[in-house]
Design a protein around this ligand. Sequence first.
Ligand SMILES: [Zn+2]
Length: 348
Amino acid sequence: MWGTASICTTSSKPPGTGNDTAATWLERRAAGLAMTRRGFLLAAAAGSGLRAAFPDISCIGANTAISGYGLFDAIALLRDLGFQTIEIHPMGVPEAAPGIFPGFQFDRLDNGMKRRIREALRPFPHVTAHLPYAELHYFSRNQPIAEFSARQVEIALEGAAYFGAHLAVVHPMEPSGYRPEEGWKVMVDRFHRWGDLAARHRIRLAMETGYPRSVGAFVKLVRDVDHQWVGATVDVGHQAHYEELVARIRPEQRATPEGIRAYNDTTIAIIEQLGGKTFHLHVHDIDPATWKEHQPFGTGFVDYPRLIATLRKAGYTGALMIEIGAPAAEMRRHLADAKARLEEYLKK
Ligand SMILES: [Zn+2]
């Protein structure tokens, strides 16, 4: 089903099903989930039938993927910078480690730590999560590997729900050991079942661009999964290897106006073809010479005015989640700058 996506409004509801009700929130509370300030605000908004329209600057968010920071320092930094939307990583450990993103393995958190994380997230009206993928292989034909990997995703989804996330990003990855049509079916079936699980948690699942490596195949994946609670995360910098783009631009043409135009065209084409199935966005900049992504804003060629115009046309009401990779000491400056730039783009 192809409907309108929304996270910065009444959240946890599938597209086109009317407003979430206060009763839904009470059910969540009864299910032992956190009734945070966000819950109350959203229940109130749902009750009044209010819907904020994109662009609402509260949709500008950032993730805790700040290498060298501990989880609580990363959350505090985003809070200090005034972000109202945050993406957490239910994988890894909360302690700071050089070159590694902080996060948590939900089934290994004790109650004290769970409370501490929930408390730290309380200032954020909107929480999303990025489900684990590194070193996992949930579409392996080797069943023990596939089962272990799928279990990690499901534990993370449970953790995301516990901390009040209403959207979770998941990475499609290439099936192995299967014939192509078999592998496709395994992938589609798995995402459909995860859609059912996510729906029970009242979380919308957003498959991130990158694999399959073409606009046509990625959009087909979303259509084939065909689940009310499953849509897409469009990462502005994950299209470098897409068939349509590689067919137009040779590596030496990357930094040319044609190369830059073609890259932006590819990202826009995905959003146009997905319509209401674009649930979420990862934003940053792309280095013109190498097409290396996750660069600070202003250093690359992502055409934000065009992107935002396309999102408005598609009726997008989701988040703009900043994902920048840079040395820890520079992250405060880059995040503040990115937020200010996005606010300017949204005002226009
Ligand atoms: Zn991303």
